[in-house]
Design a protein around this ligand. Structure first.
Ligand SMILES: C[S@@+](CC[C@H](N)C(=O)[O-])C[C@H]1O[C@@H](n2cnc3c(N)ncnc32)[C@H](O)[C@@H]1O
Length: 244
C-alpha cells in the first residue's frame, strides 16, 4: 500500500477490527494511571490535564452535578470513573481489553460502588448490565470511532433497548466535510499501524436518529478549543442525549 492508501478521505472503507483489538491490548498492558486511555500528546505537549478538566466540567454541566448511576461502554481502566467519583452513586464499566479491566478493578478495589467487566460494544455483557438495575447515564467516550458503520449501528441499537435514561457520547470526529479513515496507518506517534474512522458529527447524528429513536439531543458541540490549532483535520465532539 502507498502512504495515501492508508489515509482515506470521503469513501466509506472498513477498518481492521483485529488490529484495533491488538492495539488496545498493547495500550492496556503499558498504561500507567487511569489517563492511559487518552491518546495524542501532539509533539510533546501534555494535554491530558486539559482533557480531564474539560470532560469533568462538561459532564457536570450536562447533569447539573446530580448523583448518577453510570454505565460506561469502553471504560478503559476507569478514567471517567475517577473523574466522576464524587457524583457516582453506582458505576458499571465495560471494556474489551482485559488488562484495562484488571487495572480498573485494582484502582477501585474496596469501593463497592464500582464494578467492571470484560465485554465488547457489539455484544454487550447483558447479565453484568442487568445487575445494576436502572442507569441515569450511559457514557461512551472515544470508542465508536474504532467500529465499522454496521457495528456502530448495532451498538447504538442495543443501547436503545437498555434501561438508561440519558447518554453522554464523545468521539474524535472529522472537522472536514467528509470522513477520514485510517487503515493500517503507519503512525510514528503511536508506533503502530493505526485503524480508526473519523466520521463527521452529522454521520453520528444519523446513527442516533435511526438507531436511538427514543432519545433526543439535549446539548452538543465541539469540546476542545479550536484555537489550540493542533487539530487540523480532527477534533472532539460531544452529545448529551435524553429520553424523548
Ligand atoms: C480512546 S480509549 C477511551 C477510554 C475511555 N472511554 C476514556 O474516555 O478515557 C478507547 C477505549 O475503547 C475500548 N474499546 C475499543 N473498541 C472496543 C470494543 N469494540 N468493545 C469494547 N471496548 C472497546 C478500548 O479498549 C479503550 O479502552
Amino acid at each position: 500500500m502507498k502512504p495515501d492508501e492508508h489515509r482515506i478521505y470521503g469513501k466509506n472503507v472498513a477498518i481492521r477490527g483485529e488490529a484495533v483489538k491488538r492495539f488496545w491490548a498493547r495500550q492496556a498492558a503499558t498504561a500507567v494511571g487511569t489517563a492511559g486511555t487518552l491518546l495524542g500528546n501532539h509533539g510533546g505537549e501534555d494535554l491530558t490535564a486539559m482533557k480531564n478538566a474539560l470532560d469533568r466540567k462538561l459532564f457536570r454541566e450536562c447533569t447539573e452535578g446530580k448523583k448518577q448511576r453510570i454505565l460506561e461502554f469502553g471504560c478503559g481502566n476507569g478514567r471517567w470513573a475517577e473523574l466522576l467519583a464524587d457524583v457516582v452513586e453506582s458505576y458499571a464499566g465495560i471494556d474489551f481489553a482485559e488488562e484495562f479491566i484488571a487495572k480498573a478493578r485494582a484502582v477501585f478495589q474496596g469501593d463497592g460502588r464500582f464494578r467492571f467487566a470484560v465485554g465488547t460494544l457489539t455484544d454487550l455483557p447483558m447479565e453484568f448490565i442487568r445487575v445494576g438495575g436502572r442507569y441515569t447515564m450511559g457514557i461512551c467516550s472515544g470508542c465508536v470511532m474504532y467500529l465499522n458503520d454496521g457495528e456502530a449501528r448495532k451498538f447504538y441499537e442495543s443501547v436503545e433497548a437498555l434501561p438508561v435514561e440519558a447518554l453522554f457520547f464523545k468521539e474524535k470526529v472529522s472537522t472536514m466535510e467528509q470522513r477520514l479513515t485510517l487503515v493500517d496507518f503507519p503512525s510514528k506517534e503511536l508506533q503502530t499501524d493505526y485503524n480508526v474512522v473519523y466520521r463527521m458529527p452529522s454521520e453520528y447524528e444519523e446513527f442516533y436518529r435511526s438507531a436511538l429513536p427514543g432519545f433526543r439531543i439535549a446539548r452538543k458541540g465541539w469540546e476542545y478549543p479550536e484555537e489550540k490549532g493542533i487539530w487540523a483535520e480532527t477534533n472532539t465532539y460531544y452529545w448529551h442525549l435524553v429520553r424523548a
